[in-house]
Design a protein around this ligand. Structure first.
Ligand SMILES: Cc1cc2nc3c(=O)[nH]c(=O)nc-3n(C[C@H](O)[C@H](O)[C@H](O)COP(=O)(O)O)c2cc1C
Length: 189
């Protein structure tokens, strides 16, 4: 399977980037292929301006070349994984802006849908699993990101995996890296 891995982190030396790398190693070990989209390294502009604003009267609006290129990159793949740090119980503005601009009307919804069979979100969080469940952040992220983005845009196999307590210590980070690799290896079994 061809899996597009979208990495969103300002530093290549971050845990988030390392998790994306280990996830891709797991994918490769299982015989999958696919590109890496490193949004910060590529200097993606996440600000939605009028050329990429949906035309509610015309589903077939032509969007900017930058957006068409991103859509073509997604179309080269059968599945997608977004790897990002949890910022304010959601994804960073860079990744949110990528979705705002690229998963656009007529292509991702209303007249089109993402031609992807699987979508996996890997969120990297300082908070504990307990706090996410106790305060409802986990269910809120499920509703917003899994239902509201992936399934809304027609991705049938969609899920969120959170890595918790990642600021704590090396064993936790080591276990997170192993888990990321396993998620890659088991991505499509
Ligand atoms: C702007 C900002 C907002 C954050 N918001 C949250 C949050 O809502 N929940 C949480 O668990 N961690 C939050 N954190 C902590 C990050 O998730 C944590 O720094 C990151 O996952 C660590 O991984 P990294 O080393 O790859 O950056 C936030 C960090 C930043 C910089």
């Amino acid at each position: 399977m061809k899996v597009l891995t979208v990495l969103c982190h300002p530093r290549r030396a971050s845990l988030t980037a390392a998790l994306a790398g280990r996830f891709r190693s797991g994918l490769e070990a299982a015989g999958h292929a696919g590109e890496l989209a490193d949004l910060y390294a590529e200097k993606f502009d996440p600000v939605l301006l009028p050329p990429d604003e949906p035309d509610w009267a015309d589903q077939r609006k032509r969007y900017s070349d930058a957006v068409l290129a991103e859509q073509a990159r997604i179309e080269r793949h059968e599945a997608i994984t977004l790897v990002f740090p949890v910022w304010w119980w959601s994804m960073p503005a860079m990744l949110k802006g990528w979705i705002d601009r690229v998963w656009n009307r007529g292509w991702a919804y209303d007249g089109g849908k993402l031609a992807l069979t699987r979508g996996l979100l890997l969120g990297v969080a300082a908070g504990s699993a307990r706090s996410y469940e106790g305060k409802g952040y986990g269910p809120a992220m499920e509703a917003q990101l899994v239902e509201g983005m992936l399934r809304f845009c027609g991705v049938p196999e969609a899920r969120l995996e959170l890595f918790h307590d990642v600021l704590d210590d090396d064993p936790i980070r080591g276990a997170a890296l192993e888990r990321a690799e396993r998620l890659g290896r088991e991505f499509a079994v």
